[in-house]
Design a protein around this ligand. Structure first.
Ligand code: FES
Length: 154
């Protein structure tokens, strides 16, 4: 722990200290700042300084990133927290619940895509009418019934 001469914990951390404690490179911290995920204050010498709570915020960002949550989604969620606070335990529970649902939708979509690839393996037709990857969700079917492309040529 960083302690002052009188034993008190310093409340502000430098960018290097945040990088060391969070395990996130300084360049990534600057990237997070540019993306609006974190916002340091400035010291009297115009150096970036961070509240200790930034470590929890960065941990939340990293976990969300590992789960594949887009940075813009993470930023929006962080911005929605009152007073731009670091997520509390209750905040994090809610975010995790929302993002779990989002992940499940992505998992279902990827599972469907994988199964469609399995159908294509050994086929190779890339048929507009038969291949689910060439014509996802039968988009032609929504434009009409029967031989849609043939009907267009008439
Ligand atoms: S390549 Fe034939 S179904 Fe996809």
């Amino acid at each position: 722990m960083d302690a002052t001469a009188n034993g008190n914990l310093r409340q502000q951390l430098s960018v290097g200290e945040v990088a060391r404690r969070s395990g996130v490179p300084v360049s990534t911290l600057h990237f997070y700042e540019a993306k609006g995920l974190i916002a340091p204050s400035r010291s009297s010498g115009n150096h970036r300084q961070y509240s200790r709570t930034i470590l929890r915020r960065i941990a939340a960002i990293r976990v969300a990133q590992r789960a594949g949550i887009p940075l813009a989604t993470i930023r929006d969620a962080m911005e929605a927290l009152p007073d731009g606070r670091t997520p509390t335990a209750a905040d994090w529970q809610k975010l995790a619940r929302d993002w779990r649902d989002m992940l499940q939708i992505r998992i279902d979509s990827l599972t469907q895509l994988r199964d469609q690839f399995e159908h294509c393996i050994g086929c190779g037709c890339l048929s507009l009418t038969e291949c689910p990857l060439r014509n996802p969700a039968d988009t032609l079917g929504r434009t009409g019934s029967g031989p849609v492309l043939l009907n267009r040529m008439r």
